[in-house]
Design a protein around this ligand. Structure first.
Ligand code: SF4
Ligand code: SF4
Length: 392
């Protein structure tokens, strides 16, 4: 029997440095070194016999473009040619400030899809990121587009910007941009970790709000997170890292070649699983202290989420969110559980109601029976969204 392939993900963090000073950032570090091309060669040697599955490399940061055009000109062919047996895919997450025609050419040559960040209209964006952010990102965006690069934006909602959710949604709608959102996380490197963080309750309400806005405007916008939640409910399987067991299928490599369970842990010495220069095996990484902690989280979820109807696809959410704020102790699932449950329940309840409704109407070919109330003006529901997702 043919062995089933299990894609895995390696995030490469060329530096934790970043030219922006976003107010709520939790992942950049002043004075962080830049990864050398020798470390990329070590990544290649490490992965040659690591496993026989397709790999996706995501360059993340800090700000990965700080590594410069020469780094990517060498790194991309090394990874794609010397690891051709793993069919590598690539992606890059950047604020675009450091985009140059030279960098854009190298990235376009390898057709690298780009993810960037924009939190809404200029004033709102700059208020929570930094003054001048919007203009610099937009300049990079124009340059990227001119060179044929595909760019999608992630919008971070904070406890402040969530008050302007309608304005933000309309900004993405009117500018023809796909909306993907992140809730601001507590910044573990800040004196006020919760200053910008979005509470799980408010995040849950925001997701339901966006579900309604999406259903009203399905022809004009795509809200990626809502698609992801719907896919979980319809197929019973998660499709983004938060809703699968990410451990053992996701790794991150820091600027000095240290291996971590995910980019979110990079720079935290207690989460170093090994170093690419030692070519650790899967077993070595799984047996390291952070590897064991990630596995313990999985077992913890099996126990504490046992009674939850969403466990199959939710899997306790993100282990970083669950364990990093507790100094590595496992004493709860992802605090966004409240938000996940809210939106999963909403989608499955609406779906079940629509199913019941359509069965009830089935015999009468959709016509109301005698004495029935006049039908409400029909709005597209979850089933229309599902239909659309299948057609795509
Ligand atoms: S730790 Fe969280 S962000 Fe990182 S891969 Fe796992 S689910 Fe995704
Ligand atoms: S929704 Fe909450 S209880 Fe249910 S599986 Fe996810 S984290 Fe566990």
């Amino acid at each position: 029997m043919m062995k089933q392939k299990r894609p895995f993900h390696v995030m490469i963090i060329p530096t934790l440095g970043c030219p922006s000073k976003c107010s709520y950032c939790w992942s950049s570090e002043v004075g962080s070194p830049i990864m050398s091309i020798e470390t990329i060669q070590d990544v290649v040697e490490w992965l040659k016999d690591f496993r026989d599955d397709p790999v996706t490399f995501t360059f993340h940061g800090g700000e990965p473009l700080l590594a410069g055009a020469d780094f990517y000109r060498k790194a991309l062919p090394m990874l794609s040619q010397e690891l051709a047996h793993l069919s590598p895919n690539f992606a890059l997450q950047t604020n675009l400030w450091k985009m140059t025609p030279e960098l854009a050419d190298v990235l376009a040559e390898h057709k690298i899809p780009i993810g960037s960040s924009l939190d809404g209209p200029q004033e709102l964006n700059d208020r929570q990121r930094s003054h001048g952010y919007y203009e610099k990102t937009m300049a990079g965006y124009e340059l990227a587009k001119e060179h044929g690069l595909q760019v999608q934006f992630i919008c971070t909602f904070t406890s402040d910007s969530v008050q302007f959710k309608e304005e933000i949604f309309n900004y993405f709608l009117e500018n023809g941009l796909t909306l993907k959102l992140h809730p601001a996380l507590p910044s573990l490197r800040s004196d006020e970790p919760n200053r910008w963080a979005l509470s799980p309750e408010v995040y849950g309400e925001l997701l339901v709000y966006l579900l309604d806005k999406y259903l009203e405007n399905m022809d004009r916008i795509e809200v990626r997170n809502i698609n992801d939640y719907c896919r979980c409910v319809f197929t019973g399987r998660g499709t983004v890292c938060t809703f699968v067991d990410c451990m053992e299928n996701t790794f991150a490599v820091g600027p000095d070649g240290s291996i971590y369970p995910c980019y979110r842990f990079v720079g935290m010495p207690e989460y170093v699983m090994g170093n690419v220069s030692d070519h650790p095996s899967r077993e070595d990484l799984a047996g390291s202290a952070p590897g064991l902690r990630m596995r313990q989280f999985k077992e913890y979820v099996d126990r504490v989420c046992k009674g939850c109807k969403h466990i199959r696809y939710c899997r306790g959410g993100c282990p970083y969110n669950a364990i990093a704020p507790n100094n590595g102790e496992i004493k709860g699932v992802d605090p966004h559980c409240i938000a996940y449950r809210r939106i999963f329940d909403e989608i499955s309840d609406r779906f079940n109601k629509e199913m019941m409704g359509s069965f009830g109407m089935g015999m009468g070919m959709g016509m109301p029976g005698p004495g029935s109330q006049p039908a409400e003006k029909s709005r597209p529901g979850i089933m229309s969204l599902m239909q659309r997702m299948i057609e795509k």
